[in-house]
Design a protein around this ligand. Sequence first.
Ligand code: FMN
Length: 324
Amino acid sequence: MKIRDIEIKNPVIMAPMAGITNMAFRKIVKEFGAGLVYSEMVSDKAICYGNQKTIEMLQVDEGEHPVSIQLFGGEVESMVQAAKFIDEHSNCDIIDINCGCPVNKVLKANAGSKLLQNPQLIYDIVSNIVKNVSKPVTVKIRSGFDKEHINAVEVAKLIEKAGASAIAVHGRTRSQMYEGHADWSIIKAVKEAVSIPVIGNGDIRSVEDARRMLEETGCDAIMIGRAALGNPWLIKQVVESLEHGTDIPEPTYKEKIAWCLTHAKRLMTIEPERIAMSQMRGHAPWYIKGLKSSSAVKNELSKVNTYEELEKILKDYEQFLDTL
Ligand SMILES: Cc1cc2nc3c(=O)[nH]c(=O)nc-3n(C[C@H](O)[C@H](O)[C@H](O)COP(=O)(O)O)c2cc1C
């Protein structure tokens, strides 16, 4: 698949996730074979005000191409200004516009899924960004704002008309937040309505789900979010299955623990140890989810402050698992 002139080597895409898909995480899923990765969403206003932390989030490592930087905002002028800044100062490959975030704070800025209530504004934002940047522009949407206002097809047509190079569709409404089921029929309807590549998203938790999404919706690529947390092997399993028809076995507990520690070390290359460990308090329990007696360990992991503590807890747990 190509997103304009950017070659996406396989149709397995890691979803953008705020607080999660930083460079350390992206490099891991890239090593596990993801065809495309996205940054966490970044605020247009923060870029316009020159917020240092946000500017740092625009940096991309050589090993993670192709990568999209995702931008959120609700005004044409600041969105264009921020997109131009990304175009000129980030070595990312694609600029993505967030029209799906359901969080109140983002909606108050007229951004994220709030934009679904104003398709003309989406058109204005996307078309003006496309005119002003050289990188391809893509958009991520939800099926609609609520079940009375399912407008993904109308919005997708406008996004295509505005010059976007691909569209990702999460088959939930804003009202659903992350609850209930994603409605894949909306993804199919969008795919039938536009000619640009369509990326299907929502509730892919296994190789079978990924295959079914591609078959049922006809989408060009699939996007995996929550199911890859602590489980980058899922990305590899899907890629290998789609590309070569081969089954990759589930990881052993030793592999899970080793990658968890690698994740922590990589986070410490981009964040101070204290911040890296606060993030690992979220990630580490995901890595050991489903392993024997992991509940008590998860509790300990939720309190780690240093890498040394994290390593000790995980190594002790590994020794316990060795005895079983
Ligand atoms: C913690 C978290 C953070 C997220 N952050 C973003 C974000 O920054 N931008 C975005 O477009 N979607 C974001 N999403 C939505 C995901 O990209 C994805 O659309 C959603 O989780 C559905 O896919 P899944 O069922 O595979 O998880 C986030 C989801 C979660 C759970």
